[in-house]
Design a protein around this ligand. Structure first.
Ligand code: CTP
Ligand code: MG
Length: 408
């Protein structure tokens, strides 16, 4: 074995690849990285942990090709300053890792971390870097504590008990000297996908790999039960306990409702939630007429105790003629921020006879979530017809009811 060991240099850029491009098959085929754990997407917990470690210089996020735009919005909404790239992953985990490494800048140290381990801590990350600096490569792991049995084929019987002495369960992060990792990946070539972790590839290439202490709390969300454990652990952590107490007492959640209705006419643009939808008629209004945005603004201002849309953006004010309502929504968020309140969740019902909105709703949710700086999953939009009744049912107007919660 080559001993690349001891690095005396205290510095050298430290890059991190967080892989979250899997298909969550064992959880029923969900975008695991974007599932909510507490208030944040799974991947967001890991990013927050790495962002807050001083030694980390840059982070690359690897997500499914269809979630790249969502992840980029999340990066700007959450003000993650160390994230230098968001790239699409591959069919296998190792392809995703390679895509992530390729997007990193010049780094001397690289950590690979699974988005599926949201409870990683700053302490684990720092130990990983320190251990990699001493040994060239290091893996978070915990000693196997259960007695391990080997089953006899597919029968109900046990073939024997495995000696667990010296057995450790590997986790992520796994931290490597960049040159070791790239050399190892080159050596295994096409066989990379035969390995279930990066350390396996580095070991197979003959490089020494050390173990540093992971934690039982640094669990991997693989099955439904894991999500329940992760939620409980999150609550048991300091911040979790506070949020639980807050949830129970609800002193910091504020709720506002909003309603708006706009007439439709020919020669106007039909725009809802920032999405322009081709239609024979469009909205009459002083601004761009985005009735969904207006209902959400009213709900948001309501929750903040800041009056209504007309108070802040008067219809008679020429400055708001043809205004982009999403820009007004951003301004409303700033008004709430001045009172130390930030968006938490949105639910809205659009009552619209025509056109059909279903296929446009994901894009509306993305745009609204991005304006509000919250996750896609925290924005819900529903569409209903009015069964042909009244002006809305006759297609002469569209109405929206919205509910927004804010937290301090
Ligand atoms: N991963 C990835 N690209 C892949 C496969 C997996 O980035 N092609 C990531 C996952 O998103 C996850 C980590 O590798 O963060 C560990 O994988 P695992 O827990 O197996 O997640 P999934 O592959 O999504 O789940 P499953 O195996 O149940 O489909
Ligand atoms: Mg998998």
């Amino acid at each position: 074995m080559t001993d690349l060991a001891v690095d005396e240099e205290p510095s050298g850029r430290f890059g991190v690849v967080i892989v979250g491009a899997g298909s969550g098959t064992r959880l029923g085929g969900v975008d695991k990285a974007f599932m909510l754990l507490g208030r944040r997407a799974l991947i967001g917990h890991s990013v927050d942990a790495f962002e807050s470690v001083n030694e980390v210089d840059e982070i690359v996020l690897v997500v499914g090709a269809h979630r790249v735009a969502d992840a980029r919005r999340l990066v700007s909404a959450r003000h993650w300053r160390k994230v230098v790239a968001v790239v699409a992953g591959g069919v296998t985990r190792q392809e995703s890792v390679i895509a992530g490494i390729s997007a990193l800048g010049e780094c001397e140290w690289i950590a690979i971390h699974d988005a599926a381990r949201p409870l990683v801590t700053g302490e684990i990350i720092r130990s990983g870097l320190a251990s990699a600096r001493s040994h060239g490569a290091a893996v978070a792991a915990i000693p196997v504590r259960d007695t391990i049995k080997r089953r006899l084929g597919e029968t109900a019987l046990i073939e024997g008990t495995v000696d667990r002495t010296g057995l450790w369960a590997a986790q992520t992060p796994q931290v490597f000297r960049a040159s070791v990792l790239s050399e190892a990946y080159q050596r295994v070539g096409d066989r990379a996908s035969e390995y279930t972790d990066d350390a396996g590839i580095v070991e197979a290439s003959g490089f020494p790999v050390a173990i540093f202490p992971g934690s039982i709390g640094n669990l991997k969300v693989t099955l439904q039960d894991d999500l329940a454990f992760a939620t409980a652990l999150l609550r048991a952590r300091g911040t979790g306990r506070v949020s639980r107490a807050r949830e129970l007492a609800c002193p910091s959640l504020r709720v506002g409702t909003g309603y708006d209705i706009h007439r439709l006419d020919v020669g106007r643009t039909f725009i809802l939630g920032g999405v322009v939808i081709p239609h024979a008629t469009g909205f009459v209004g002083h601004s761009d007429g985005d009735v969904l945005a207006h209902a959400i603004i009213d709900a948001l201002l309501g929750a903040a105790g800041l009056g209504d849309i007309g108070t802040h953006f008067p219809p008679q004010d020429e400055a708001f003629r043809g205004a982009n309502s999403m820009e007004l929504l951003r301004r409303a968020v700033q008004l709430a921020a001045a009172k130390n309140l930030s968006p938490h969740q949105v639910d809205a019902t659009v009552i619209c006879e025509n056109p059909r909105l279903a296929k446009h709703i994901p894009e509306m949710r993305r745009i609204v979530a991005s304006c509000l700086g919250i996750e896609f999953e925290a924005v819900n939009i529903k569409a209903k017809t009015n069964e042909g009744l009244d002006a809305v049912g006759e297609g002469r107007a569209v109405a929206v009811h919205a509910l927004v919660t804010l937290r301090s």
